[in-house]
Design a protein around this ligand. Structure first.
Ligand SMILES: C[S@@+](CC[C@H](N)C(=O)[O-])C[C@H]1O[C@@H](n2cnc3c(N)ncnc32)[C@H](O)[C@@H]1O
Ligand code: SF4
Length: 457
């Protein structure tokens, strides 16, 4: 049991599984299937709608999301024009043979509030008038950042029916924000939080990051307590990842290769320690754990719906050049990149495109992949997965389909062995802490190979 100096037995931070299969497993679809055919046999009465805005004021050092800084000329106008054209084409492809209804909507990015208040009105119009989503009647989640969460934009969002605002704070400690290459002043963050509370949107989510260079348990508590002052309905605690082609990734690439392993092991220990400290702190302050990253205030109102990034239910319409769409058989999107020049080229291509009637890049999710996806979506939730739901959908149990993986997880103490009697497959607290190691072990060989062969650009 001694684990004070040795590295954890299994590296805990391999990758965040927020969607399976990952976009890097998507490939150009040679037949470019027509959306009209793809959606013909799908249920369309409880779809999710996701609108992606790939613009930010700054490029944070840790961020590998599909986004660019600045928008020269009339780029945001051209982008919204393209979004409008895409919405018309996609709505047309959904047809009118059966009822088409959106049960939830989200605007993500990037930073949707990079758009002006007038542009946000237009974004809502696209969702409502082109797609037919009734934004005031369904959960609507919007991502924002401290510098763009201005009163006029928030007023538009609240008026149009936003039920959840999610703001990236990352750290209330300015030195840590600098170390993460996320330049911001605490006072500006706090006034943004005041403005969000003033506008009265029911759910406020705050994103924080742990594992930043120089962060200690004390400074982590400083950030957690600062966030708790706003009694946010939700808090996301993200372990820091340093990924290729990001600002921090480039800095790291220049660092010492021979010391890398020891440094990584120490960093794993730091992140695990801060994870446990953060989890315990929030549990002690009236929050319940929903997943490794997500915590919800136990007395918060429930406005259930997708949170932009995590929505994984079948039947998702993504609009915008970084958005994914899911039918029950095919997940599809546009090309993906991190490197600035490539991102710009893809956005430019999107804004000039006229034909949005086909799926260009994606991956089919067949029988085996659907089982993996079901398992990944539910077992990484703290409440666990109902075995009866799995059996009803697939006619088998996870233990029949994934015996080696589950035996391995059990051996490592990652499963709550008592949950079976309640009809659940559920992770133990250690299993939840190792979500980012456990999830990738459930990827299929095909998806792994595609992800490994993907050339990041
Ligand atoms: C779209 S951003 C949030 C909204 C807004 N763009 C902002 O940054 O304020 C999504 C969140 O993912 C988290 N995130 C992104 N990349 C990360 C990384 N490499 N390591 C840890 N967390 C990360 C951050 O907490 C970030 O707030
Ligand atoms: S963290 Fe947010 S603001 Fe920073 S680059 Fe990523 S999407 Fe943009």
């Amino acid at each position: 049991m001694s684990r004070t100096t040795a590295a954890p037995a299994v590296r805990p931070y391999r990758s965040y599984v927020y969607a399976y299969p990952h976009k890097t497993a998507y490939r150009p679809l040679p037949d470019r299937p027509a959306l009209r055919e793809l959606w013909a046999s799908e249920r369309k009465d409880a779809l999710s709608l996701y609108l992606h805005i790939p613009f930010c004021e700054v490029r944070c050092g840790f961020c590998n999301l599909f986004t660019r800084i600045g928008a020269p000329g009339e780029l945001t106008t051209r982008y919204l024009d393209a979004l409008d054209r895409q919405a018309v084409a996609v709505r047309d492809a959904l047809g009118d043979a059966e009822p088409v209804r959106f049960a939830a909507a989200a605007f993500g990015g990037g930073t949707p509030t990079f758009l002006t208040a007038v542009e946000l009105e237009r974004l809502c119009d696209i969702a409502e008038k082109r797609m037919g989503a009734d934004l005031r009647a369904v959960p609507l989640s919007v991502e924002t950042s401290p510098s763009t969460a201005t009163a006029d934009r928030l007023a538009v969002l609240a008026d149009r029916g936003t039920t959840r605002i999610s703001i990236g704070v990352q750290s209330f400690v300015e030195a840590e924000a600098r170390a993460a290459v996320r330049p911001q002043h605490r006072a500006d963050v706090e006034s943004a939080l005041d403005r969000i509370r003033d506008v009265g949107v029911p759910v406020l989510n705050i994103d924080l990051i742990y594992g930043i260079d120089g962060q200690t348990e004390d400074s982590w508590h400083t950030s957690l307590d600062a966030a708790l002052r706003w009694r946010p309905e939700e808090l996301y605690l993200y372990p820091l990842y340093v990924r290729p082609l990001t600002g921090l990734g480039r800095l790291g690439a220049e660092a010492r290769a021979d010391e890398e392993e020891a440094a990584d092991a120490a960093w794993d220990r730091q992140r695990l320690r801060l994870y446990r400290a953060g989890r315990d702190h929030l549990l002690a302050h009236g929050y319940e754990q929903v997943s490794m990253r997500m915590f919800r205030r136990a007395d918060a109102p429930r406005t259930d719906g997708p949170d932009g990034h995590a929505c994984q239910t079948d039947g998702m319409i993504g609009l915008g050049c970084g958005a994914r769409s899911y039918t029950s058989r095919l997940h599809y999107s546009f090309d993906y990149a991190v490197e600035m020049r490539e991102v710009r080229a893809i956005i430019d291509g999107y804004t000039t495109a006229e034909d949005f009637s086909r799926a260009e890049v994606g991956r089919y999710v067949d029988g085996d992949e659907a089982r993996r996806r079901h398992l990944l979506q539910s077992v990484l939730q703290a409440e666990g997965m109902a075995l009866a739901d799995y059996r009803e959908r697939f006619g088998s149990l996870p233990a029949d389909d994934f015996p080696a993986e589950l035996a391995r997880f059990e051996e490592r103490g990652w499963l709550d062995t008592g949950a079976g009697t309640s009809g659940l497959l559920r992770l133990s607290p250690e299993g939840l802490a190792h979500s980012d190691a456990l999830g990738p072990e459930l990827f299929s060989p095909g998806v792994r190979a595609a992800m490994a062969a993907y050339e990041l650009k």
